[in-house]
Design a protein around this ligand. Structure first.
Ligand code: ACO
Ligand code: OAA
Length: 375
């Protein structure tokens, strides 16, 4: 019989929920380990498609494998026509993450391998989702905002095509690199709330589409993926460095959280991914000939360090990067999900390959012994 457990850690802080070969946050070494590689080094040296291969197959693809993977992703980008009316239903409070949640959920019914939990079928489903989600993100939003859809351009790289569909404009090399790097650093991060949700769902033998749909709902919240949009709305509201200082200090005085700062695992350390995006921001600012946004963000960073001892997480610097790339703010969190589909795909494959149902217990604080009174 199982021994009675009494320890309770709110938010499951520090609890080991899974064994994994996929990734690990080595905070002491300031490294995000992805299948043995340092994520930041990957972002500096390979492409997002390589990282997709690494996550799903366990090893970095060679050139021929990379070409094949990129071709598979390009070939699967089209969505069934029936998806568009499903996601375009008229509703007054629809947000981009809701379109994505509905779209991914609806796509399940078009996958003939839906119930096949073998590693090979799960890999193929993950690739189909990775191919289709950028299209769903970009054109779901375009439909919602009354714009004509954009056809994917197969001749472009995965990152360049995604960015092209988001903005309607062909990116230059620096823009493509910054965006691809953002996809890499968003691709996988051990056991955040959304990945945990996906693994919990997968542990009932449910499918990848359901697991990813649950992950979209998780990622939407501002304590998780939704923070990147909230950061940009804050910077926009602030307008100037002086405005930002005033706004941040007022929010802190009102005991509000400042989005883009703090992290359950890094706690009072800088997220290594934020540093990389800070570099990308500096580069995009230089390209534009104005460091204003960079300096404003640095000021925000200093205020939070001095006032709260807190450091930026990835969302803080990804937001202004996306802004300078001309991406609509409402699409920042959907992009996070699109990229994280690679990591979540790998986690669902791993969960299905070595499954045990997630079913924790509670520390019950309610009453006992009550009896219903008969009327
Ligand atoms: C890519 C990602 O998804 S990264 C996360 C993105 N989310 C955000 O940026 C949202 C803002 N950040 C936060 O809310 C938090 O730092 C979290 C939720 C990410 C992690 O926090 P947790 O580990 O759960 O810490 P917890 O919520 O218990 O906060 C600890 C203390 O720090 C404070 N704190 C933490 N983050 C912030 C913040 N961003 N702004 C102000 N105060 C903060 C809390 O108010 C709390 O203070 P208290 O002890 O006086 O009540
Ligand atoms: O790890 C977390 O809790 C959140 C995060 O940074 C991510 O999902 O990228």
């Amino acid at each position: 019989m199982m021994a009675e457990q009494t320890e309770f850690r709110p938010g499951l802080e520090g609890i080991i929920a899974s064994e994994t070969d996929i990734s690990y946050l080595d905070v002491a070494a300031e490294q995000i380990v992805i299948r043995g590689y340092d994520l930041i080094e990957l972002a500096r040296t390979v492409t997002y498609v390589d990282v997709v291969g690494l996550l799903l197959d366990g090893t970095l693809p060679d050139e021929a494998q990379q070409t094949k993977l990129a071709a598979e992703l390009a070939a699967e980008a089209a969505l069934p026509d029936a998806i568009w009316p499903i996601v375009a239903y008229p509703a007054p409070h629809k947000e981009a993450m809701d379109i994505l949640r509905t779209g991914i959920s609806a796509l399940a019914a078009f996958d003939e391998e839906l119930g096949d939990r073998s590693r090979e079928a799960n890999r193929r489903k993950a690739l189909r989702l990775l191919a289709k989600v950028p299209n769903l993100v970009a054109n779901g939003y375009r439909l919602q905002t009354g714009q004509a859809p954009i056809e994917p351009k197969r001749e472009l790289s995965y990152g360049a095509n995604f960015l092209y569909m988001l903005t309607g404009r062909l990116p230059d090399e620096r823009e493509e690199r910054a965006f691809d790097q953002s996809l890499i650093v968003y691709s996988e991060h051990e056991m955040p709330n959304s990945t945990f949700v996906a693994r919990v769902i997968a542990s009932t033998q449910s499918d990848l589409y359901g697991a990813l749909t649950g992950a979209v709902a998780s990622l939407k919240g501002t304590l998780h993926g939704g923070a990147n949009e909230a950061v940009m709305y804050m910077l926009q509201e602030a307008k100037t460095p002086e405005g930002l200082e005033k706004l941040m200090k007022a929010r802190l005085a009102g005991k509000e959280r400042i989005m883009g700062f703090g992290h359950r695992v890094y706690m009072k350390k800088m997220d290594p991914r934020a540093l990389l995006m800070k570099e990308a921001l500096a580069d995009l600012c230089e390209r534009r000939g104005s460091r204003e946004l960079y300096e404003m963000c640095e000021l925000g960073e200093r205020i939070m360090r001095e006032e709260k001892g807190l450091y930026p997480n990835l969302d803080y610097y990804a937001a202004p990067v996306y802004y300078l790339l001309g991406i609509p703010i409402d699409l920042y969190t959907p992009i996070f999900l699109a990229s994280r589909t690679a990591g979540i795909g790998a986690h669902v494959m791993e969960q299905h390959a070595n499954n045990r149902l997630f079913r924790p217990r509670v520390l019950y604080n309610g009453p006992r012994g009550l009896r219903p009174t008969l009327q």
